[in-house]
Design a protein around this ligand. Sequence first.
Ligand SMILES: Nc1ncnc2c1ncn2[C@@H]1O[C@H](COP(=O)(O)OP(=O)(O)OP(=O)(O)O)[C@@H](O)[C@H]1O
Length: 267
Amino acid sequence: MTKTQEIVGQQTVLECEEVCRWFGGLQALKGITLTVKEGEIFGLVGPNGSGKTTLVNAITGFYPPQQGAIRFLGEPINGLRPHRIAQKGIARTFQNVALFKGLSVLDNILLGRHIFMRPSSLASLFYWWWAQKEEVSHRVKVEEVIDLLQLESVRDQPVDVIPLGMQKRVELARALCAEPRFLVLDEPMAGMNQEEKEYMVRFILDARDAMGVTMLLIEHHMDVVTAICNRAVVLNNGEKIAEGPTREAINDPAVVAAYIGKTQDAA
Ligand SMILES: Nc1ncnc2c1ncn2[C@@H]1O[C@H](COP(=O)(O)OP(=O)(O)OP(=O)(O)O)[C@@H](O)[C@H]1O
């Protein structure tokens, strides 16, 4: 048994049941059902335009589903605003790097703590001693994550001057600082070279092991998906066409046909 299989628990963290989403006349999700267990790295794959990001946007509240149910730790979350879903323990990274240019790596990571910060800056002004204490606890978590993802050498640099591979790592760090129970990674290796990909794989596994976070991974690099995902679901044209242990799911004849079909369309 591999290390990955050993740490998968029995508790269901995320359930999607018959999730549907339309954009005007286009049905981007056609009744998607899936279940993610505690400790899993769950792969979500499929050709371009198959509905992966739409499903992630449904889970994280950006585009709530118009039909179906999404439950997090048994509690319905569809219909909640994105910030409420984040406060319940779901964090995400974005397909395109979404960092605050001009701010340092450290400040970008600190922003991951915003879900724990109190809304009243007035209270902080009067109770400055209390605010200082709070600031120290945020810093402690941030330092832990900087250490885990080996970002020490770039912590004070503006985020836009560091290489893309590191920017993606900063995004991962910011998401981990929210101490999520469930983390959605939307193409964390896009645009990376082989060496950067290998580093990122290591950091994702380290984060899962050190922080016990369950993950949903969208990824086009099939070598990465087979290496680190316990199970996977494959989408095509908004439908689930395969599901199961990763290697079995992505070698399913329907999946091979879907990818070949896309290649021919593009030719
Ligand atoms: N905001 C939107 N408005 C209109 N159509 C959208 C919107 N978001 C997604 N779509 C459409 O929904 C379908 C699924 O798109 P989605 O981005 O979820 O696919 P994907 O599998 O994530 O693709 P990729 O791998 O290229 O990121 C596509 O046809 C897309 O054009």
